[in-house]
Ligand binder design. Sequence first.
Ligand SMILES: [Zn+2]
Length: 860
Amino acid sequence: MKNRFLLLLLLLIIPITGYSQADLDYYLPDDVEFDPAIPTPEEVIGHQVGEWHVTHDKLVSYMYAIAEASDRVTIEEYAKSYEDRPLLILTITSPENHAQIDEIKDNQLALTEPNQSGDVDIENQPVVVNLGNSIHGNEPSGSNSSMLSAYYFAAAQGERIEEILDDAVILLDPSFNPDGLNRFSSWVNMHKSITTTTDPTDREYNERWPSGRTNHYWFDLNRDWMPVQHPESRGRIAKFHEWRPNILTDHHEMGSNSTFFFQPGIPSRTHPLTPQLNQDLTGQIAEFHAEALDEIQSLYYSEESFDDFYYGKGSTYPDLFGTIGILFEQASSRGHAQETDHGVLEFPFTIRNQFTTALSTVDAAVALRTDLHEYRIDYYRDVREEASDADTKAFVIGDPYDRGRNYHFADLLSKHNVDMYELSEDLEVNGQEFKRGSAWVIPTDQAEYKFIEAMFETRTEFTDSLFYDVSSWTLPFAFNLPYAELDGGDFDNDLLGNRVENPELPSGEIIGGESHYAYIFSWDEYYAPRTLYRLQDKGVRTKVIQKPTTVETPDGSVEFDYGSIVVALGTQDVDADEIYSTLQTAAEEDGVNIYNVTSGLSVSGVDLGSPSIETLEKPEIAILVGSGISSYDVGEAWHQFDQRYKIPITMIEKDEFGSVDLDRYNTIIMSDGGYGDLSENSISELKEWIRNDGVLILQEGAVEWGISQDLVSLTAKEDSGRFDFSDDLDYVDLSNARGAQYIGGTIFNATLDTTHPLGYGYNDEEIYVFRRGTQFYDQPENHFSVPVSLTDDPLASGYISDYNLELIRNTPSIVVDRHGGGRIISFVDNPNFRAFWFGQNKLFANAIFFGRTIYWASTN
Ligand SMILES: [Zn+2]
C-alpha cells in the first residue's frame, strides 16, 4: 500500500521536476523487502538509475560494491576492451551454491557429454542464466537495468528469492560493450538539460558519427560471436564455454516509436540446424515475459520481427550449444526523454522493461529448470548420433603457403570448443594436397559437430527469402583456405597429430643467415605486408618482383613467385645490421621466412637488377571519415592496418577534406558511403592529387561516386536494382517481395588474375567474394582492368533471388582505372568484412602497396 502511494506521488511529481526522475520503487516489485546492508545504486554512483546515463566507470564501481557487500555475489573481470575498460561478470546464487560452484560448473559441462550426462542429478542441478546487456552501446537500457538486477538479486529478502537463488546461478554481464556504452553515455549526458527537451530533433537524440553502437574500431560486436576477432567477444565466448548457461539473454533497443520485442523471432527464418524444441522452449519462456509486462502495462510483441539465422549474433550463437538464446528489443529513448507515437518515452521506462524481463527470464528458468537440462542432454545426444551417422568423417584444411591464415582459422575454431588436430602426414584427397605442418584435421565425431557443420556448410536453398543479417558465412571460403571432406574411406585416426589447444602464429626464420647481397621473401604469408612496412618505415628500399625468379641461397636454389619482396643491400642508406635485426624481428613476429640471396644472377627467371623488379613507395594512407560514410567499413580498414599490419592511417573528416594538404599522402581510401556533399574544391584537389601519382581506393558505394566523377570506367547494369514483381502481388506482400530482392550477405565464386599486382600472394585463380547490396556493373571493355570477376556460375553459398542471379553473372568485382599518373582501384565487394574475411585482406593490402605498379588499365 505504502509503495502504491509513493508511486502515485511520483507520478504527480514527474511533470513538475522534469523527466527521467524515478524513485527506486518505480522499478522494483512492490511486495519485496530489501536488505539495508546492500548499497542501492544511488548510494554508490551518486544518482538514481535512469536520472543520468550511467558511465561505464560508475557501473563498474557499483558492481564491485555489490560483490563486496553480498555473500550471494562474486565478481570477475574476464576481459579488457580496446580502451582498457574491464568486462565483468557477476556470479549470483545462494551462499550454499557458491560453496560448491565448481561442481555446479562441472555438471553443466557434463550435461554436454552423453557418456557423463546420466551421472548428473538434474533434479538438484541449478539452472544457469547468463544475463547480457547492451552489446550495442547506444542501446543502454540493458546496462542501466543491470544495476537493478544486481541490487535485486543481492538485496531482496524472503522465501521466493531464496528459492530462486537455490535453483539458479545468475551470470550477470552488465556491459558487453564498455567502449560503446561510454561513448554514448558521454553524448547524452553532455546534452542533458535541467528542463528536459523532449523534441526528437534535439541534439541529445541525434548522436553524431560514429555512434556508440559499436566498439573502439567501430565493429558491431553483436556480429562477432562467431568470428571472435575482438577482445570483448573473445573473453565472453571463453566464459560461455566455461559455464554453458542454459539461457543467455541479449538486451537491445530498437526504434523509438516501437514497443518491446522478445523472441521467438520470425519462425520461418530460424536456421535449419537449430532444433524446433529450442524455439518451443523460447516460446514457453516468452509466456513469463508476457505476464510480467502485462503486470506493468507495457506493450510488446514477438514472432513478427528479427530471426535466429546468423550464428554470429548473441541470441542465435547459443542455439548451437544446447543453450536458449533470447533477444530483447526495447523502444529506445536514445537519451533521457523523447516524444514518440506512444507519448514521451522516458529513459526509466525503458530500463524498467529490461529489468522486468531479466526477472521474468530467471523466473522462467527456475520453472523450466529440469526441462532446460533435459533439452541440453537430448540436444548433445542427438548431435552425437547425427555425427556418427554423417558421411563426412573429418575436414582437412590448410594452406601450405600461409601460416597466418592457417593460424587465424585454428584460433577461431579453438575458441568454440572444437576439437582439432595437426595433420600427422602429407595427404592427397581428390587431387588436393595437404602438408603435414600446414593443415588441420577436424573430426566430425565430436560434441561440437553442429558448430562445425554450421561453419563448413554451403547452403543455397532456403525456406524464407528474407534475412535479418547475412545469409552465409562459410568459413573455408571466407579464409580462402583449401579444404576437403574426408569420408569413411579417406579418414582414419592415424591422421590425427597433436591436439590443437591454444594456437599461436608460428615464427618464420631467416634462411641462410645474414646476407652480404640481398634478402627476399614471398608475399604469400598473411603478415608479409607487416614485414614490408617494417622495412619501409625504417627507410629501407624495397622492391617487388613482377615475374617469377629462382635465386641462389646458401640452402640451394629457391623459386619466388609474383609479389615477392627484395631488399638489395647495395642500394641502402640504412645500416646492414639494422636491416638484419629488423628482418629477425619480422621473421619471429610475422611468421615470414626470409631468404639470404647470395647473388643477383638468377638460376632461372629474372635477375635481381631486372626492370621487372620495381621499387616500392612506403604507403602514406589517409581515409575519409564522417557523416554519410560507413563507420563499419572505415573501422574494418582501421582495425586491419592498426591491429594487424601496424601501419598508421590518418582519418580525415569529409567536411574538412578541402582544406587538407593532400601531398603528404600517396594513398587515399574512400569507404562505402555517400560523397555527393564533397565540395567542388575538394573534388578538383583530389583529381589533381590523383593525376600526380596518387592511388585512390574506392569501396562499394564510393564506386558509384567515382563513376559520377568520370574516374571509374564502369556502367551499372540496366536492370540493376530493379525488381520483377508479378502483377497479382497483394499490397500486404510488397514489403517481403522487395526484401527478397536484397542481398544481405552472400558468397560468390570469382576468378583472380594471379599475375596482376592485385593478385600477388595468391596461388589459385579461384577466389570467393562477399557481396551485400544489388549494384551490378557491366564488364569494362578493357579486361586487363578487371583483376577479379565473378564467374559464369557464381553462387557459392547464401541467398540470391533468381532475378539477381541472372544479373550478377560475370560481373566485375575489382576494377582499376588510370587518371593521369594515378590509379583508381574500385572494390565492388568489401575485402575486410567483419575482420574474418582473411582470404580477401591481401587484395586490399595489394591495392595499398602495389597500386602504383599497375600499368595496364582503362584510362580516364
Ligand atoms: Zn542492438
